[in-house]
Write a protein that binds this ligand. Sequence first.
Ligand SMILES: NC(=O)c1ccc[n+]([C@@H]2O[C@H](COP(=O)([O-])OP(=O)(O)OC[C@H]3O[C@@H](n4cnc5c(N)ncnc54)[C@H](O)[C@@H]3O)[C@@H](O)[C@H]2O)c1
Length: 318
Amino acid sequence: MRLPSSLRGVLRPSAPALRSAAPSRRHPSPDPVRGATVLVTGAARGMGALFARRAAGEGAAAIALWDLDQDGTGQLAEELCAQGVRAVPVRVDMASPESIRTAAEETRTTVGPPSILVNNAGIVRGARFWEHDPARDITATLAVNTLGPMWLVREFLPEMMARRERPHRILNVASAAGVFANPRMSVYAASKWAVIGWAESLRVELESDGYDHLAVTTFCPSFVATGMFEGARGPLGTPILTPAQAVDRAWEGMLHRTPLVKTPWTVKGGEAIKGLLPARVWDTVGGRWLRLYATMDEFTGHAAGAATGTSSASGARR
Ligand SMILES: NC(=O)c1ccc[n+]([C@@H]2O[C@H](COP(=O)([O-])OP(=O)(O)OC[C@H]3O[C@@H](n4cnc5c(N)ncnc54)[C@H](O)[C@@H]3O)[C@@H](O)[C@H]2O)c1
């Protein structure tokens, strides 16, 4: 039977369409990390430091360690340089487009343009929405968590798109908070929700325009024991991940070009159930029975002193 032309592409997808729709476990070839220049934001501690160590362990040639916290990135750079990797600490405020532009120029000069970007820096204010200060909390959270990754990718994307001779990757660290509404993290949830929408749209644009060498992965973990969410409890059946577990899952997803990595499995399962239920029924099932809406009741965030600047600390409950 001859199909109308409008349906032919849908029912018999073209090879590139099939490739992008195929399960994303195909092994990357060639290895995107060996010999790469990697840029990690929020690299001074937590998951960011582990992403940098993982890149070094897998043969990256150079790593730009971006953070406000120069002590943390300085120490990590020494550690990685001792392993033979060219690691360079770069001071940046991810809330400032000017600071990102300056740090990008410094990075181009010292280690060259990156082929792997890890958008990891983030902050959280654990408070009711009406307790957020407009500038210190709302603007800062959206700037660091949402606009920072966009400014950074916008800065390096033209070079990444042009250099087809080697694989390139963008790994965005979002959150399960970008999937579920949660009391005491409204602005944080909004910032991560926006990251997912932006990053997924970017991924589809690159795939549909044939930039096969450049893959985008977005990581949505539940709580991870880095101290950022100190005091928070996981919903029912959702263990708090170790930083090593979280970084391993994100990194594997990045290597395998997985568009979205949601972990642990309850993030995906909960999202599917939520999608089927009316909002108020989900409030009972997810919010009350699975205890999602109580996860932040005892939140304290990073201990005082762990902050690295006006826009970096996790705000304590007020
Ligand atoms: N910890 C969790 O439970 C959890 C869960 C889901 C998602 N995440 C996300 O994972 C990412 C890493 O979180 P983490 O738990 O490792 O946090 P962390 O607080 O241990 O590390 C965050 C890093 O970002 C840096 N940073 C903060 N503001 C900055 C700024 N303006 N400019 C430059 N650097 C800045 C900090 O100095 C720090 O080194 C964040 O995007 C966070 O939102 C964390």
